[in-house]
Design a protein around this ligand. Sequence first.
Ligand SMILES: [Zn+2]
Length: 427
Amino acid sequence: MMFETRYETMSAAELALIRMERLQSTLNRAYLNVAHYRRTLDGAGILPEDVRSPADLQKLPFTTRADLEKGYPYDMFAVPLREVVRIHASLGKARKPIVTGYTAGDLKAWARLMARFLTGAGITRDDVLQISFRYGLMTGGFGFHSAAELIGASVIPADIGNTAEQAAIMHDYLTSAIACTPGFALILASRLGELRINPKSLRLRRAILGAERLGAGVRSRVEQALGVEVFDSYGSSVVLGPGIAGECSAHDGLHVYEDFFIPEIINPATGEVLGPGEKGELVITTLMREAYPLIRYRTGDITMVQEGACPCGRTHVRLAGFFGRTDSTVKVKGTSVSLDRLREILAAEGVATRIQLHLCREGAFEKAVLLVEIGETFFFDRMRDQKVFIEKLEKNLHTGTGLHLGVKLVPFSAFRGDAPVVDERDE
Ligand SMILES: [Zn+2]
């Protein structure tokens, strides 16, 4: 089942043609209306009309998160505010917010892309879809919501609060599909257990997941705990929200909606463009964004392009899952945390030793512990002082990131390898 068969099964030649036209118009829009793009293109000695083939894209400079942060709040908008009908922003205390805007056309396009994903995941007007993503400044809830209504499903905008109530809703309201993060799906499964509701007694058939990396371990735990078929999606609140790529019924990678986005995979160290099957950083150029066009935006997400045609019949290229971030940033309980930010917070207390973040699950819940190497400057001979110091670090980390991280002071020999993050949430 497809929502827009004509676009989703376009031939390579037709796709190339439509993409070139849309790229031209995006470059012109950005060059004329956004000072940052005018400056960077001028700096590279390129005019929008110089880009005549897909290969020419590689002449264009990358856009980074720092560029977008500098544009706070509205400098990266390519239309006047009176044409903007929706504003979203990335949250998180660890970083400066990025504010994005949507024209009426952007919102319609967004709903269409998400409708492609939901339809591919088997959602129809006969479904009761419980949307347990946050409705607010972040893009999650709204991204799923408009598309589900467009398809004609019965939408329950459940948000992310009160998980026990949500488990009851899932049972009583005859929810047939749930849209949420993988972590939230596991929490709901454990609430069902507490409420003595057998998942087999539910009408639930599908879990539409997003906003967190989905590994094979968590996928199968969600499948088993809820008795559902799982569909993964990829989005970025900076680029659009959810709706950049989505898994189809073949369950073998996520199709990028290529008539709307040009994905490139690059070596994050050199910027060199990599081929299919080579792991690197995902770079995205938007082709249809009116209010907030992005040219070669470095997402920081590590993935690779899957080779070969998909049995589902869609011609759009697939991403073979996600393998972490380029910038030592991890998502913990749905919040992005940068290791550099943790180091900054510790440094304010005079701690400048090595750290390692351990992530695991206790039942359905994520647990995060920060190992901090014991240093000469904070050596304690009395356990009580050490306890007070650790509590102070934990409090500062909570204030600085919004997350509860347990702190352990240990010798470096207690670290597990030298990677900054040990992530066992998927095991
Ligand atoms: Zn497919």
